[in-house]
Design a protein around this ligand. Structure first.
Ligand code: OSB
Ligand code: MG
Length: 375
């Protein structure tokens, strides 16, 4: 066990653009490629840890973009990272707290440090985070489809692959009738809907109609920054509300839980600023008996591996949007790729994220490589 404080000597930013197998449509926009950074943090012994940035090119999910990620990492986070030695990765989020928000930029760097730390300790990232499970249940998030028949075919395909829960994207006009049809064909499937903030409290009558379909939960129906109105809506709905966009910190999670704005929380490492903050929200929810589950941001393999590791913690109580590599990618950038076994993903016990970088795949998709060194 290597318990000495260590410096990060070098950070390599690998900028990648990868084609998705199929376009992914949400209430706010459609994605056909994924543009992101792999952050490689290197210590004095040439050990490398990897993190993945999750902001999209356009600020339609949160305010961050690929360009703000690069700016914030280079100009503000790396100088703080290089400045002092690290004893434990929990120090990174406190060190970064002088920079307001920019959670996805922070999480990409902090994730690389967590992976490096776990590798130096010779432990899996899941174990370093306090994970207890040996496998996590896997669900799949399905974008808005051109027709209901196409949607039913896509669902059928994913259910055959073994996914344990289906999440459907909805928006005004593509909601009650679609879910009714889906329920008719798949009466027993664990089903939920994600609105990505497409409704307002004026739509309460539409949202109430969803109560009859036995959805496990409805994700982020109202404003991306609204916790209060979700509390009013939750008091009128039987279906549990799950918050995604509204929860950016432990402070937000406390407000939402205490106000009764949700009964479930979707945790995304990038949205809340990293693994240490994710753990804090997890621990709070455990105390309050609020189940959490791991959301997704169309990640490539490195981000996917981080999601699997955090989902091994005990309060992750529903299948996550953590699908296999082949859900989105012809060839992922990690080896082995993430595989599904009976609707579950096994947690690797090899050090760190438990997968190696597939350098050939990474380099094929890389459009830029920048090296930043500690002065
Ligand atoms: O499969 C995944 O990675 C999750 C897909 C997903 O639902 C999503 C994808 C992009 C932006 C936001 C969301 C979301 O959970 O709201
Ligand atoms: Mg969501």
């Amino acid at each position: 066990m290597e318990n000495e404080p260590f410096y990060i000597d070098k950070v390599i930013l690998h900028r990648l653009v990868m084609d998705l197998k199929n376009p992914f449509q949400t209430s706010f926009g459609t994605f056909s490629t994924k543009d992101f950074f792999i952050v490689e943090a290197v210590d004095g012994n040439e050990n490398s840890g990897y993190g993945e940035s999750v902001a999209f090119p356009v600020p339609w999910y949160t305010e961050e973009t690929v360009a703000t990620t690069e700016h914030v990492i280079k100009d503000f986070l790396l100088p703080l990272l290089f400045k002092e030695p690290i004893r434990h990765p929990d120090e990174i989020s406190s060190r970064f707290s002088v920079i307001r928000r920019n959670n996805m930029a922070k999480a990409a760097v902090e994730g690389a440090v967590w992976d490096l730390y776990a590798k130096r300790q010779g432990m899996s990232l899941a174990t370093a985070l306090g994970g207890e499970k040996h496998r996590v249940e896997s669900g799949v998030s399905i974008g808005i489809q051109p027709s209901v028949s196409k949607l039913l075919a896509v669902m059928e395909h994913h259910l055959e692959e073994g996914y344990k829960r289906i999440k459907l994207k909805i928006k005004p006009g593509i909601d009650v009738a679609v879910i009714r049809e889906v329920r008719h064909h798949f009466p027993d499937v664990q089903l939920m809907a994600d609105a990505n903030s497409a409704y307002t409290v004026q739509d309460v009558d539409i949202l109430k109609q969803l109560d009859e379909f036995g959805l496990t939960m409805i994700e982020q129906p109202l404003g991306h920054d609204d916790i209060y109105e979700h509390s009013i809506l939750q008091s009128q709905l039987e279906t549990p509300i799950c918050l995604d966009e509204s929860i950016n910190s432990l402070t937000d999670a406390r407000a939402a839980v205490e106000l009764g704005s949700c009964r479930v929380i979707n945790l995304k490492i990038g949205r809340v600023g990293g693994l240490s903050e994710t753990k804090k929200i997890h621990d709070f929810c455990r105390e309050k008996n609020i189940p959490v589950w791991c959301g997704g941001m169309l990640e490539a393999g490195v981000g996917r591996a981080h999601n699997i590791a955090i989902a091994s913690l005990p309060q992750f109580m529903y299948p996550g949007d953590i699908s296999a590599s082949d859900r989105y990618w012809h060839r992922d950038i990690i080896t082995p790729p993430v595989m599904l076994q009976n609707g579950e993903i096994a947690i690797k016990d090899t050090p760190g994220i438990g997968h190696d970088i597939d350098w050939e795949a990474l380099e094929t998709n890389r459009i830029e490589r920048q090296v930043h060194r500690r002065q």
